[in-house]
Each structure stands twice: as structure tokens, then as C-alpha cells.
Write a protein that binds this ligand. Structure first.
Ligand SMILES: [Zn+2]
Length: 194
């Protein structure tokens, strides 16, 4: 058994130690074209302040990243976006995948370059608790045509041509409030809704 695992590892180009660890699993997933979907904490866990994302508003947890394509905030080009360091690689990769799939003209047509913000120490729309934005684990896109109360099909991000947009984010474990609750279609977050 050990010998055959070593042979598979040699074939995959990872260290042939005969043990199926994280590196080997990742290499197998890659070879099979299966992406592992990360599981993020629930938003109630996040709000307790002791999840992997730590307390809200922690400046040490935030990093700036340069998106794969030009984003605009209220019509002005955005140089970088600020998110929690634990989701930064996922945000970066997701936007690269969006660019590769749609291309710039389609991104612009769908408003996927219209950025509504990420890190922001603020409560939710209802005002009862802190928004996931306060941890830098939520992002808003195409806010003008996807206002908080706008439902499908009026919210443009609910349209079929945005299906791949959401599948890309969901492969990184992000959650769409629009797809799950049919409001706030601009919003996605790296925390489940329980
Ligand atoms: Zn939001």
C-alpha cells in the first residue's frame, strides 16, 4: 500500500513519503480538477469575536490587494482593496477567475467592476449587529443595480449571466445573501449565514 502511495506521489511531483497529507491531497485534487471548497466560520461565530477572523476592526488582520482588473468605487478607479488577510488569496484568485471567464467588456457590461467596498467598521443595515464588513470578510459589487431591498429579477446580479460570477465566489467558500435570502444582491461574505 505504502509503495503505491509513493508511486502516486512521484507521479504528482510531491514528496514521496508514503503518507497522504495535505500536500498530497491538494495535488490529487488539482490532478482531478476538483477544487476543495474552504469552509468558513458562521457569522454568529464571527460576531462572538473568537473565530479565526479575530475581533472586529483589527487593523493588523487587514491587507491591501491589487485586483486582477480595474475596479471603480463611485466612478473613481480603485488602487487596492482592503480585506482580512485570511481571505485575501481567495479574493485575489476569484477576481482572476472572473477576468479569465468573462473578459473585460463583459465584466463592464455586467457591472462586475463596480465595487461597493469591503472593510468598513459598521453595523448591518438593520443596525442590530456588526456587519461582516467590520472584519473585512465581506465585499459589495455592482451596488447601484443591486440595492439592499432589490429582489430577483430586478437585482442585476440575480440574472442568469451572473451565474458563473457566483459559482466562482462559492468555490472559494463565499456566500451570497442574494442567492440565499434574495436581498442585498451586491453583498458576498466569507462566513455562512447560521
Ligand atoms: Zn455588503
Amino acid at each position: 500500500m505504502k509503495t503505491s502511495i509513493r508511486r502516486i506521489q512521484e507521479h504528482l511531483g510531491v514528496e514521496a513519503d508514503g503518507i497522504i497529507g495535505v500536500q498530497t491531497l491538494r495535488a490529487i485534487s488539482r490532478a482531478l480538477g476538483v477544487q476543495e471548497v474552504p469552509i468558513w466560520p458562521s457569522q454568529s461565530r464571527v460576531r462572538q469575536g473568537n473565530s479565526i477572523f479575530g475581533p472586529p476592526g483589527s487593523q493588523d488582520s487587514l491587507v491591501s490587494l491589487i485586483p486582477a482588473y480595474q475596479l471603480y468605487f463611485e466612478g473613481k478607479p480603485v488602487r487596492s482593496i482592503r480585506v482580512h488577510k485570511l481571505i485575501a488569496a481567495h479574493v485575489k484568485a476569484a477576481l482572476e477567475e472572473v477576468l479569465a471567464h468573462y473578459g473585460l467588456p463583459e465584466i463592464q457590461r455586467l457591472g462586475l467592476d463596480q465595487y461597493g467596498g469591503s472593510y468598513n467598521y459598521r453595523p448591518t443595515q438593520s443596525g442590530k449587529s456588526l456587519s461582516m464588513h467590520a472584519w473585512g470578510i465581506a465585499l459589495d459589487f455592482a451596488p447601484r443595480n443591486n440595492a439592499y431591498a432589490l429582489k430577483s429579477p430586478r437585482a442585476t446580479l440575480s440574472h442568469p449571466d451572473c451565474e458563473t460570477w457566483w459559482q466562482i465566489w462559492e468555490r472559494h467558500g463565499a456566500v451570497s445573501l442574494g442567492r440565499q435570502r434574495n436581498y442585498d444582491w451586491m453583498h458576498l461574505q466569507f462566513a455562512s449565514l447560521e
